[in-house]
Write a protein that binds this ligand. Sequence first.
Ligand code: G6P
Length: 614
Amino acid sequence: MCGIVGAVAERNIANILLEGLKRLEYRGYDSAGLTVIRDGELHRERQVGKVQALVDAVEVNPEFFNGHIGIAHTRWATHGEPAQRNAHPHVSGKIAVVHNGIVENYAELKEDLLAKGYEFTSQTDTEVVAHLIHDAYKQTPDLMEAVRTVTPLLQGAFALGIVHVDSPDELITVRLGSPLVIGVGIGENFIASDQLALLPVTNRFMYLEEGDIARITRDSIQVYADGIEVKRSVNEIDASQHNADKGEFKHYMLKEIYEQPDAVARTLEMAIDSSNTSSLRKDFLQCNEAQLAGIRHIQVLACGTSYHAGMVAKYWFENLTRLPCSVEIASEFRYRNPVVVDNSLIICISQSGETADTLSALRDTQKQKPTGLVSLALCNVPTSSLVRETDIFLPTHAGPEIGVASTKAFTTQLAALMLLVLKIGVTQDRIDEQRLTTLLGELHKLPGQLYASLHLDASIKKMSEHFEEKRSCLFLGRGLQFPIALEGALKLKEISYIHAEGYAAGELKHGPLALVDKDMPIVVLAPKDSMFDKLKANMQEVHARHGELFVFASEESKMVAEERMHIVYVPEVCEILAPIVYSVPVQLLSYHVAVMRGTDVDQPRNLAKSVTVE
Ligand code: G6P
């Protein structure tokens, strides 16, 4: 988390830094700050809260920040509360540092620095880095060399941007475990945690490898790995694919909900040719067929919403291919010394591809070196660490997702997972032709069904009025809808701050039924599927105890509204793909409840979109 931006140019760079920070705000928004070198001095401004507070502060005296080199930061607090003194950049003498990540051994380093007489003004781990570089610079007055001396002392994961008043033409950057790209301009160069930050100024990017240190000037970029200068290629991207405007929508989240039919269609195109829906496209994961043929077990690792996508995939893999599939939250998996069985496919699902726990869990499986291990990244960011560290990359084509609450990233993950299930099933002769043709035909209809589900928006908005004053809520589902119940509860709690829990409806009687009374809204995902009759019995249990039901059902279910039972009919969809379509109403419900309660929908309190710390 946290976002960093830096620039060295002939023009004034303050606005480039501020615009970059706005685009990185999804990474954290507890405080923001920037430093520009001007007239032989560091000019720094830091503000608690969102980037706009920093923009407003800079506008009071903009000339003060006119400069050609600078660094900036938007923070998600880890060490030290969100306060001005903890906001980056951190300064030691003439050196300023911005940092994304965590320096785990900062306390010991701080002890040493205190003994040397350094004073600390913040509670952060980053200030240690600034002082260490300052100390090293005293021995070797070359910024690059000083940084090179310091980085081996730091344990943890970090990306750094560093400037020094005495070297006003160079920006030093380090990447070790946290994302960082270099934006390549003409007579100007930039750094950022995400290329999205730099799209207004360049579409050419250099991706650093872990451990790289780079010296960046207006017209040169030198990259070093283990002290040796190395070449890193420059890639040009199609900036139109990275449109990050809200357009006509009030919030990114709503825009992203509405983008789902197109996004899912793009993802499906990887494997399905609309002129032939009876077989998978030949080129879909073609070069990975040998790897996929040997797999006997599937292990999914993910966090948050991506974990819920993995839970759906478990049902699909086991039902359709009979391959055993385990799914685990990455932060648990990595610390329990798990057994990785031979011939496992490790599927890491991650929108960002930078989630620290998912990356570490992947590395742990690789360290065990089981025979026939194959790793796959299901990811929305092709240049991410996760993609680089896995054998196979299966992209989701969601486009940039800015709202912290994940929507289109989730449904495209589900679409891609279904394609993967089919590919493995076909490769291993576990899915017959007839079933494949039926499923491909159903997948082909999916974007249209998602589109139709958006027509529920007005009725769901109406339904959401019942939730405005509530303090707690249950989401129920069974079978394939259980993960969607969890996802619905996660969406509601993260953006509306209403406490919500998702439950497998069969578990109701083992505890949560005690919570049910007339004040408890209960959202039920009720397609007419093989679990419907069982689910109906669970709904009766709730209704009999005066709970108020809010049911997303298919018309085919013939359910009718009655007292304390509200129904919204969801477009017909086959049972196996229903979790994708039923995601839309729960997203819309959370969205409207949050808007009604006046919360910050796109940037809910205490959260960040890209969680690069454990
Ligand atoms: C954060 C985001 C969630 C996301 C989770 C995992 O908590 O707010 O929306 O599901 O991280 O992120 P990933 O990028 O690995 O999917």
